[in-house]
Design a protein around this ligand. Structure first.
Ligand SMILES: [Fe+2]
Ligand SMILES: [Fe+2]
Length: 166
């Protein structure tokens, strides 16, 4: 599928809000890819598809896995680096690739995102990708803890890994 066909399908599948978020993530990922010397086309496709399974997934913690699967089976993505960027977009992972970092943070800072602290993370993303991810993970982990929600240990591992590299 080319990007226009994917867009049409996603618009039908996701509903207006999530579709807009997907377009925003695609644009943001493309900009970051150009700044950091990553493959722009791969970043745009991964950004566009990163939540493609979210509308059909009841368990929010599993939507990244579902989206990575659907990217392959329904949207014709064959590139494993794109699938991994989708798969790890909520938690990151130890040794994450540049593309994975870009999709992780593009999802958190795209223009339709509004939450406390987003501006700071947005600015940081264009200066230091790892620092931006650290900030984003710290605020997510704090949010989850405060509300006694389930904390995905993968995000704690990612945070520690990125901090070690600082
Ligand atoms: Fe997501
Ligand atoms: Fe998202």
């Amino acid at each position: 599928m080319d990007i226009e066909e994917i867009k049409k399908e996603l618009e039908r599948e996701l509903g207006p809000k999530l579709y807009l978020h997907s377009l925003g993530t695609m644009e943001e990922a493309g900009k970051l890819a150009s700044l950091y010397g990553c493959d722009i086309q791969k970043a745009r496709i991964a950004g566009l598809l990163h939540d493609c399974g979210k509308a059909s997934c009841k368990d929010n913690l599993k939507h990244a896995k579902k989206s990575a699967e659907l990217a392959g089976t329904r949207y014709g993505v064959k590139d494993k680096s794109i699938m991994d960027a989708i798969l790890y977009h909520t938690t990151g992972r130890v040794n994450m690739t540049l593309l994975e970092k870009i999709i992780f943070i593009a999802d958190k800072i795209e223009p339709a995102r509004h939450y406390e602290g987003v501006e700071e993370i947005r600015k940081e993303a264009y200066k230091d990708l790892d620092s931006a991810i650290i900030k984003s993970l710290e605020s997510t982990i704090e949010y989850v803890k405060k509300r006694n929600m389930v904390l995905d240990m993968e995000s704690v591992n990612t945070l520690n890994y990125l901090k070690e590299g600082k």
